[in-house]
Design a binder for this molecule. Sequence first.
Ligand code: PLP
Length: 398
Amino acid sequence: MKISKRIVNISESMTLALTAKARQMKKNGIDVVGFGAGEPDFDTPEYIKNVAIEDIQKGVTKYTDTSGTLELREAVCKKLKRDNDLDYTPRQIIISPGAKFSLYIAILALCDDGDEVIIPSPYWLTYPEQVKASGGASVFIETSVDSEFKITPNQLKKAISPRTVALILNSPSNPTGAVYTRKELEDIADVILATNVVVISDEIYESLVYDDAEFASFPSLRPELKDRTVLVNGVSKTYSMTGWRIGYAAGPSEIIDAMSRLQSHSTSNPTSFVQRACAVAMLGDQSFVEEMRQAFDKRRRYMVERLNSFPWVKCAVPKGAFYAFPDVSGCYGKKLGGRIIKGSMDMAEVLLDEFKTGVIPGLPFGDDRCIRLSYAMSMEEIEKGLDRIEKALESVRD
Ligand code: PLP
């Protein structure tokens, strides 16, 4: 049996694998604190759930239009106008089973074999795997804690080649929590507009920004950008609806049509009976979003302050999403839990095996110096887990 070259090199999602291991340990009765969560710990609000329940009962259980119901695409247009001052028509919108799938078909629609996609590093680990699956090649731009994990226009200029077809931007970022300012994005936009590169702007963490950070939607920055951007967003993080699997893309009709053709032959359409509920989520009462944001903000402050008080830790203040991405490389080469820590994989393993604390190694996100901790969990759990990490780091020896 032969597995295709494209797929053989695709790695399993490390976040899902480690979260599964921590979950299994918990099931076996071990008191594990897991910082791996990639989803809000809140329940989906009742008024949203009720719409889907009603639609199941009404028999909204058949195929819908490939690119989603007109009602939901119109709701996305209204949302983009209300929040981002963007004018799109329903033909420029595609609803997909999750933002992850929107990203995948956007990349597939843009990449021929050997085409290059620029990805700022650290990155959400799915991007390079999707680029691989599309036959393209990822070109990474390195950033670090010291540059607040943001690329500069000069770095971008240097990374662009005649084979570059796309740049993937993700602000607020998973895993770093970095949020670009409007000015920083405008400077990036100016570099992009001097080329033919398309920007895939992953705006899934739009509603989770903190302190003085302000979210700016990439295509809204310059009038010409709407024709050169595929904006990706969804309901997963904003309304705590990760399991519902609804995301969307807005962009030039040529690209959206191509994505829709791909979708018609892969998933046919997004799930029928959740679509009206997603429209209600986007256009209804938004107070849930602010309540959740405030809860995350409190946990974020607590987590970052404590992390920065630990030995060996250097943690930039994340301004968005729900992750901290501390640099723990200071203790690499030293001993922890009877092992020499050579990188983030060792660190994550020792923390889980010896200190019953699940974190995600930075390596699959492109930065082996760091580990990722989610704060989408209760304050009590955060406290307990951080106590364990503190104890672990205090026990590091030469
Ligand atoms: N983009 C980023 C940066 C993410 O972190 C995630 C989920 O973890 C997604 C997209 C996918 O969202 P969805 O659940 O809508 O597929």
